[in-house]
Write a new protein. Structure first.
Length: 152
């Protein structure tokens, strides 16, 4: 008698677990559909990557993109780059600095391996430099977006 009751209880809990999993699956599929409906494409100029004479990459964002991008700048006075603004590409550390409104130059930074905390220094410091501390990965993605080949 006790064994049959145990099996009934296990069967009921198993059925409830399966129903719960199905409900979660349905809910997640619905969220995925909503996320795809609400996906926001950033309006970026057709030529978002330009190269200057000294080989530095410049990413240009139009005013509408700049407004919704959430990019945050931080002025720096010395040659130490803010940790939050560092992005990595091909094994090297980089920051983006605003050269003029909506135009961002990628500059290489050198990690300080002697420090116990991660610190980065700008190779060629510039006075009054405004460094991107939020949104650097977005700029890196935009810089290389033109290289992506899409199959039609």
């Amino acid at each position: 008698m006790k064994i049959e009751r145990r099996y009934k209880i296990i069967g009921i809990f198993s059925a409830l677990a399966i129903v719960g999993l199905v409900l979660v699956w349905v809910h997640l599929r619905g969220l995925k559909g909503k996320a795809e409906e609400n996906r926001m494409e950033l309006p970026v100029e057709s030529e978002s990557r330009v190269t200057t004479d000294n080989g530095e990459a410049i990413v240009s964002l139009d005013p509408a993109t700049l407004e919704i991008s959430g990019i945050v700048l931080k002025p720096i006075t010395g040659n130490e780059a803010p940790y939050d603004g560092v992005v990595w590409l091909e094994g090297r550390a980089w920051i983006y600095a605003e050269s003029e409104t909506g135009h961002f130059v990628r500059r290489e930074v050198v990690p300080d391996t002697s420090s116990e905390y991660p610190r980065y220094f700008i190779k060629t410091p510039v006075r009054g430099l405004q460094v991107v501390v939020t949104g650097a990965q977005l700029l890196l993605s935009e810089e290389f977006r033109s290289q992506i080949q899409l199959d039609e």
